[in-house]
Ligand binder design. Structure first.
Ligand code: SAM
Length: 328
């Protein structure tokens, strides 16, 4: 990087609000309006600061519908390691202003999660029909079964299990299945569904998918079906899923391809409007998983507001990985 490039980076970071924005984005990606609320500054002012950080290559942005998201550029540009290290140290320092920003960041995350939780609480009993409105679920499930069709898994974990549908559909493909969900209403419906379907080799448990009570490297298959688009940190969910996989274990994700159906945010608590293959590939690469298959299932033609469903299959390397253990 030349003299101008380095100077740009230092000029960008050498201002209080921009340093605070960097500290916030190091905690997780945010929309402009979330940053505005956390900092208590006007949107034009925040947008100006974000432009300077983006021009310097420290921050990258992506638009989805009417929302613009910002995050720390990954991989970090050349010569910024020391700056990112300083920002991390600032976040850990207990500095009063930065700590207050951090608290507001957490409040913003919790408010967001509460909206989704209220949605799931309200829709738990009808979730199976709500899900079916958007996609032809048997087509997706058949493809997922075909992709995993190479023997029976020992431990199968379904993250964000909802009504337990995936555990029911895959019950003949694992010895033991466990579904985790934060919504007690969903879990009650899931228990009922498993019992009614006669599935005795699976159970559901209360748990936060960002920090699951499961030993590292114990699962043969982890499934995340129609969950990631509700989350503020989908990459963190994939990281936690990867932690659970045995060497050679498989992660199967089903979600939407990028779309423009903004009303899903207001009416169905979606945060992200689908995911590109590149984004999923980057999450996998960052956690050491190999993305082995990408499938695209377009909607039937002529269906209003229909969405394209994607299935991504990734595999943990065969060599033993050293990840942080979290006991049950
Ligand atoms: C759209 S539903 C999908 C349910 C199921 N996988 C399916 O396809 O039918 C998303 C589920 O993720 C759960 N969820 C959202 N955030 C979660 C979290 N942090 N930890 C665990 N579950 C979560 C919700 O409660 C909800 O049941």
């Amino acid at each position: 990087m030349n003299l101008d490039g380095i100077l740009n980076i230092f000029r960008a970071i050498g201002e209080e609000t921009r340093l605070r924005i960097m500290a916030l984005l190091q905690r997780g990606e945010l929309t402009v309006s979330e940053i505005t609320q956390i900092l208590g500054q006007s949107q034009p002012r925040v947008s100006r600061h974000l432009k300077i950080l983006t021009d310097a290559g420290l921050v990258e942005k992506f638009r989805e519908g009417s929302w613009m998201f910002y995050r720390v550029t990954a991989p970090a540009p050349e010569a910024t390691d020391a700056i990112l290290g300083a920002v991390a140290a600032l976040n850990a320092s207990g500095d009063r202003v930065v700590a207050r920003d951090g608290d507001r960041f957490e409040q913003s995350r919790q408010a967001r999660a509460a909206i989704a939780a209220a949605y799931f609480e309200k829709n738990a009993a009808e979730w199976d029909s709500v899900r079916g409105l958007q996609i032809e679920e048997s087509t997706v499930e058949n493809r997922m079964r075909a992709l995993l069709d190479d023997g029976r898994a020992g431990l199968f974990i379904d993250i964000g299990t909802g009504t337990g549908r995936i555990l029911t559909v895959f019950a003949d493909k694992f010895t033991h299945g466990v579904g985790f969900d934060l919504s007690r209403e969903m879990l009650a419906v899931a228990r009922d569904n498993l019992e009614k379907s006669g599935v005795s080799n699976a159970q559901v448990r209360h748990g936060d998918l960002f920090s699951l009570p499961v030993e590292t490297a114990t699962a043969d298959v982890v499934c995340i079906h129609q969950v990631l688009h509700f989350l503020a940190e989908p990459a963190a969910a994939v990281r936690e899923a990867a932690r659970l996989l045995k060497p050679g274990g498989k992660l199967i994700i089903s979600d939407f391809a990028p779309h423009e159906l903004e009303f899903l945010r207001a009416e169905h608590a979606h945060r992200r409007l689908g995911f590109s293959d590149d984004e999923v590939a980057a999450w996998c690469a960052a956690t050491g998983l190999d993305l082995v298959t990408t499938e695209t299932l377009p909607p039937a033609s002529g269906v209003k507001d229909a969405l394209t469903v994607k299935i991504w299959l990734a595999r943990a390397p065969e060599s033993v990985r050293r990840l942080k253990s979290r006991a049950v």
